[in-house]
Design a protein. Structure first.
Length: 241
């Protein structure tokens, strides 16, 4: 059955909060937050056209936002999945789902390659501990996206084979926790709708805030390093070494 109205609104709010926090992060950015590596910029200057203030600032902002965005949205996606939990989780599990009278304790991660070996081992132990506390229950490791052949060897080895915990990913996970075969598409649709209509309290979209910040940072960059040429390259090295 389709996602009910209440759950849909909660997921929409999770995605909206993600975008709002991204906007807040962008607005706080200053040149000092961009971690300028003069050697890397000089090395890539020819191949990527990083030979003037605008090109360099756009690249630096893009790199900065990309790193934070992937991590932050992973958490948002996990929170969207938790909307389908039947109750509060226990240590090691984010979601409780009952099927055919069997309680399933599910640890949620965003994607198929998000955990290192040590975390995989710990996760399996915690899930099995939750399972033992409720005899007849089942532990599962869930990933919000990724096909079966994309799931990392760490999950397969340290969570499943050695840890004794089965895993599900992508479409299978969303259907399992929602009882809706089309849940994956519905979440995808919600993401598209929120992304295309979102405005912050000031009436600005994420792209508008980013562009405004880039223009502000270009001016700050030029004040410190100059716009281009040998003086810019000299200042980049001198002020960052």
């Amino acid at each position: 059955m389709p996602i009910d109205v209440e759950k849909r609104k909660r997921i929409e709010q999770i995605f909206k909060q993600f975008l709002l926090k991204r906007i807040e992060t962008v607005r706080r950015l200053g040149i000092s937050d961009l971690n300028i590596n003069p050697f890397l910029i000089r090395l890539l200057s020819h191949e990527l056209g990083l030979d003037n203030s605008e090109a360099i600032v756009r690249w630096l902002v893009s790199q900065r936002l990309e790193r934070g965005t992937v991590t932050s949205f992973g958490i948002a996606l996990q929170n969207a999945a938790k909307v389908f939990s039947e109750g509060t989780g226990v240590e090691g599990a984010d979601i409780l789902k009952t099927k055919n009278g069997i309680h399933h304790y599910i640890q949620i991660k965003s994607g198929p390659n998000t955990i290192p070996k040590d975390l995989g081992v710990i996760t399996a132990k915690l899930l099995l501990s939750a399972q033992r506390r409720n005899r007849g229950s089942r532990a599962l490791f869930g990933m919000c996206y990724g096909s079966k052949n994309q799931v990392s060897s760490i999950v397969k080895k340290y969570v499943q084979e050695e840890g004794g915990v089965d895993w599900i990913s992508g479409r299978e996970l969303w259907e399992f926790i929602s009882d809706d075969p089309q849940c994956l598409e519905e979440i995808y649709e919600i993401a598209a709708e929120v992304g295309s209509t979102f405005k912050d309290p000031k009436g600005q979209s994420l792209s508008e805030v980013i562009e405004s910040k880039i223009q502000e940072l270009i001016k700050e960059f030029e004040r410190i390093y100059r716009k281009s040429g040998s003086s810019m390259w000299k200042n980049l090295l001198e002020y960052n070494s």
